[in-house]
Design a protein around this ligand. Structure first.
Ligand code: FE
Ligand code: FE
Ligand code: FE
Ligand code: ZN
Length: 169
């Protein structure tokens, strides 16, 4: 975990960001099943389940990127994702109206997607700058999935969950 704190070249930064995202994705792998379990709307459950499947693929893409760079997959604790997951836990443990809880799960999940979008966008751009074209292609594939997952959550919120949730008592 230590010994990677020198940033002399963009490659150093790339590897650091890669280790961060690898840890972030692994954290998400353990969080998504709980989100799916807590969700009430079938459409939301399905969205979490299918994003869990996608996330497994994303983890293996990151492992491929490590290999292509001649490095072993290694995690560097992503403190930001820890915080986002902790905020999600608050909703998971909360009592209340199922529709409102679903809206809260979506809010937490979209923060995660936006963090990933920022991370993958940067990593893809660094890969291109470094001439890692194949790595950039893999990272772009995941970036597209994160964007689609975010849009799907917006659609579920706007078309179903927020419509059914009580606005006042
Ligand atoms: Fe992801
Ligand atoms: Fe991070
Ligand atoms: Fe995601
Ligand atoms: Zn409902």
């Amino acid at each position: 975990m230590f010994g990677h704190n020198r940033f002399d070249t963009l490659r150093d930064l790339f590897m650091d960001e890669l280790r961060d995202l690898y840890d972030a994705e692994r954290q998400i792998l353990s969080a998504l099943p709980k989100m799916e379990e807590r969700a009430s709307h079938d459409e939301l459950k399905r969205a979490f389940r299918s994003h869990l499947e996608e996330t497994r693929g994303q983890v293996s893409r990151l492992e491929q990127v490590f290999e292509m760079c001649g490095e072993k997959p290694e995690r560097k604790t992503c403190a930001a994702m820890k915080g986002l997951v902790a905020e999600g836990q608050e909703i998971l443990k909360a009592k209340g109206d199922d529709d409102v809880i679903d809206a809260g799960l979506i809010a937490a999940a979209q923060r995660v997607e936006h963090y990933e979008i920022a991370g993958y966008g940067t990593l893809r751009t660094l890969a291109r700058r470094l001439g890692f074209e194949e790595q950039a292609r893999l990272l772009q594939q995941t970036l597209d999935q994160e964007g689609a997952a975010d849009k799907k959550l917006t659609q579920i919120a706007e078309s179903r969950v927020n419509v059914e949730a009580a606005v006042s008592v």
